[in-house]
Write a protein that binds this ligand. Sequence first.
Ligand code: HEM
Length: 85
Amino acid sequence: MRNREGESLKHQSISPGLDYITFGNGRHACPGRFFAVYEIKSLIAHILMSYDVKLEKDGVVPPYEWHGPSMDPSSTGEVLFRARR
Ligand code: HEM
């Protein structure tokens, strides 16, 4: 989407908008979102570099759950981690 004309700075995980309200929108949009996204990306990078990860039943994604207005990953599905050597 960022390849579109005039949109190179849009569609980032920190870009607030009415179609992406994770960090709110407008004047009070979360000022901590830049830091939060760096933290999340660092955490994911660490996990991917340090562990082999797979779902309990290979290829079967446990059903997502609705919590109020947000759809979240299953809270009971199991994810297996094996430390890489
Ligand atoms: C994944 C992590 C985070 C999420 C999902 C999140 C989400 C939000 C949301 C939805 C709002 C309300 C925006 C609105 O009223 O329109 C907000 C406000 C705020 N957040 Fe975050 N936030 C996160 C992390 C952080 C961090 C790490 C900090 C500080 C280091 C922070 C500081 C603030 C502050 C100060 C406000 C109030 C802004 C205002 O009212 O002007 N947040 N956040």
